[in-house]
Design a protein around this ligand. Sequence first.
Ligand SMILES: *[C@@H]1O[C@H](CO)[C@@H](O)[C@H](O)[C@H]1NC(C)=O
Ligand SMILES: *[C@@H]1O[C@H](CO)[C@@H](O)[C@H](O)[C@H]1NC(C)=O
Ligand SMILES: *[C@@H]1O[C@H](CO)[C@@H](O)[C@H](O)[C@H]1NC(C)=O
Ligand SMILES: *[C@@H]1O[C@H](CO)[C@@H](O)[C@H](O)[C@H]1NC(C)=O
Length: 962
Amino acid sequence: MKRVHDMLGAMFRSGMLVLIIILMAMEAQAGKLPKDEVDALHEIAKELGKKDWVFSVDPCSNQSSWETPKLPDRPLYNNTVICNCSFPGDVCHVVILFLKGQDLPGVLPPSLAKLPYLRFIDLTRNYLNGTIPREWASLKLESLCLNANRLSGRIPDYLGNITTLTYLNLETNLFSGPVPPELGKLFNLERLILSANNLTGPLPRALTSLTKLAELRISSNNFTGRIPDIFQSWKQLQKLEIQASGFQGPIPPSISSLNNLIELMLRSCRISGPIPDYLSELPQLRIIDLSFNRFGGTISNLTSIAKMEYLYLTNNSLNGPIPGWIKITDGKSPIDLSYNNFSMDPEQSACRETLNLFKSSFGGKNLQLSGCRDPNPCTKDRYSLAINCGGGKTTIGNIDYEEDYDQGGAAKYVPGTNNWEVSSTGQFWDAKPSSDDYIAHNKSVLRMKDSALYTAARVSPLSLTYYVRCLGNGNYTAKLHFAEIVFRDNSSFYSLGRRLFDVYIQGKRRLKDFDIESAAKGVDKEYIHEFKEVTVSNKTLEIQFYWTSKGTTAVPKRATYGPLISAISVKSEFKPPNDRQKKIFIVVGAVGLVLLLVLMILGAIWWKGCLWDRISREEELRGLDLKTGIFTLRQIKAATNNFDAANKLGEGGFGSVYKGILLDGTTIAVKQLSSRSRQGNREFVNEIGMISGLQHPNVVRLYGCCAEGNQLLLVYEYMENNSLAHALFGTGEVQLMLDWPKRLRICIGIAKGLAFLHDESALKIVHRDIKTANVLLDKDINPKISDFGLARLDEEENTHISTRVAGTIGYMAPEYALWGYLTNKADVYSFGVVALEIVAGKNNMKFRPNENYVCLLDWALVLQQKGNLMELVDTKLGSQFNKEEAMRIIKVALLCTNPSPALRPTMSTVVSMIEGHTAVHEVSGEPSFHGDDMRFKSFRDYDQVILQSSETHSIPLLDSIV
Ligand SMILES: *[C@@H]1O[C@H](CO)[C@@H](O)[C@H](O)[C@H]1NC(C)=O
Ligand SMILES: *[C@@H]1O[C@H](CO)[C@@H](O)[C@H](O)[C@H]1NC(C)=O
Ligand SMILES: *[C@@H]1O[C@H](CO)[C@@H](O)[C@H](O)[C@H]1NC(C)=O
Ligand SMILES: *[C@@H]1O[C@H](CO)[C@@H](O)[C@H](O)[C@H]1NC(C)=O
């Protein structure tokens, strides 16, 4: 992808060079803007509805009020007027006008024509209406970008008079009618972007004279007829997107002459016949999306398709064998062959996460997904299912919505544990991929009933399939819960988004060009579509969501599109044969909650005499919404085979942990607290109180508890890969290979989990015992923070002086260890230690290369002093790691372990720093408690260090880096 961007960037750079020269010229002197241009700016402001230009300052003499720097909270905002003052006699002229992301409410200003030297206009993301004024035809513009506005009417033919244009972008507007042939006069044009409008008719043949064209995007329009065969003169074309443009197949032969083509998007173009061989021979082609067409035939001849970086062929009728090169490609490029008719190779062993073969073959082992894993066999039929898509486990009324957290990916199949699976494919174009792309979160507080279902939703750039197995045959009612939580409906560019997608149930299209916002009559409102008589005949139900490329993709920001589904529930329309004993999770109602607490408190009083600090305990639990299930001892005994030693996972400080399998197949981990210890009892209550209400992908889930007889049991989700400590420091078979990307992801995950505990959860929690042993890893090596036995609520005053300090040596922050001074910055410190351990692959406490060093952290400080930090990186990684990322983590770790809590960043800043969104603020060197002379020689010296620091060191605010 990067390569593509580089190449596309190259041609733009020539234009940028001019720009930079102009900028430099402008820097050199402070001239004056002639009065007629100042007057023009007054008129322009009025026409645009722009109120904040400060006319008391000459726009050319002082840029400060005319060029607003980037605002961190408004990344799309850009407010720039630039003059060129290199004209004879110190005269200046406005040459650049960038007013982006400002929600300007007016029209495109005709008065712009009174700035005859204007070369670059960018009005992206405003709320402008009307059309392009006739007056502009006289301008000598090089670049005109009007993306994401409300412009309507026809594209005016006089645009063809601005022959200096190299870049024209009218994307995401309401232009209609045909493309005027006059655009063919723009012989300098390199990039023409008309996507996401309502354009009709054919493309005029006159466009063939645009011989410099390198990029043409006309997706999501209402053009008619065949894809025009006018490519032979566009020899420079690198990027061609005509998906869902309205045009239909066949692929015109002239495409074969596009030797510079890098990207070809022909999704949803109703093309049939074989994929032409020449496509695989185009020397530069790296990205192909031919999804949602009717291509048939085999792909065996497309040998050099193997070089593709992205290959999407989903939903065609391709047949023949799946070629061998699929198995040998390096495994990084996403390939999606799902929903085709390939013949299944019985020896098919291609096992890669980025290859989607869901329903790629007809019949046979239909469900062989990444080839990696067969689905669990059905042990028992079920008759209902509810999923909170993209969100956590939730109970609404008497329906338990299962969690669906997996982050998704470009060609990913997520095998579920409860006999349902998600297959998600596609790549969000024009944006750097990020882990959050495939789950959307609400932008405003949701006030609808059952908002828990709507705060997170799964989105997909191409197709998303929920595949439910083991359903009893018969008719079902399926409910799909939707809410548009991304777009807004105010007078802002956030309201310009149009999301359209298709829904298929059991392979039949049930909703076409479905638009949540219009169905729900607004944003942030739920819309539940009910489908009756959905027939399940071979125990499977398939619900698919397709983005056929209609609607907008750049609002509110790039790469915002695709089906969005909040929740799914299905229920049989008949009475299940044995409707007994199915529900394992019984939700604790208010009464149950009170009962449980009373029980606990009584128990505690019994153990601890009357000293139980009942009031503070109640205070700690205030506002807590217990969502924990209660298990019976019998259930747990059955699950763990009566606490069979063979199922023992480990021995904690306060008891043993067992693996178990519930009747419904869910694997659980059961922590058996030693009931003899007061500590155990206290921990039990604490843990339930702390985490029962919490849901976050990086916090371990508590399923429930059991207090029966003398047993105190906590039931958690099971973590396949044990703890991070095991993975990093274990020996032999125990040790997982943690490559660099995994380590980075683990670091980010822990940081996010902590940021959640500190700032984002309903309760503000200090964990107090962050260490590698308390970070568990699930089957996908996602880290989850566990063991809340020592956790504390972060009190309002934000500090807490403890008389009894608890935690683990080697991870405990000095101010807490020594003075019992507790804030969430103590967790930040521990996180810093953990981050160092992750990078170094060494245990902080056990690392002592010689007696000069106390621990890993100590060594790191010395290396920092010597400017040698890279020595820290685990030698097991060899050179297989990203230096910049490793450096970033080490620096963040050192910031976090600053002896002074005030100097440590908050966890949310840490997340932003490790993800590279925020620059890592260097620890200032002088005077330094990290200096060699002041380096503490043992933990006893900590206090001295801190005292010195508070006396001699003024504390720079870390906020400056946010
Ligand atoms: C504003 O946008 C222009 C062009 O898109 C860009 O070159 C410039 O750096 C931006 N300025 C700021 C302050 O973001
Ligand atoms: C532009 O929108 C405003 C309201 O926002 C409306 O009053 C005006 O008539 C519209 N103008 C055109 C040309 O559509
Ligand atoms: C565009 O150019 C043509 C011919 O050069 C001229 O006749 C016409 O008036 C121009 N249109 C506008 C709107 O300036
Ligand atoms: C697009 O244009 C057609 C008529 O050509 C009209 O029926 C339709 O409503 C328009 N769509 C939008 C989104 O404006």
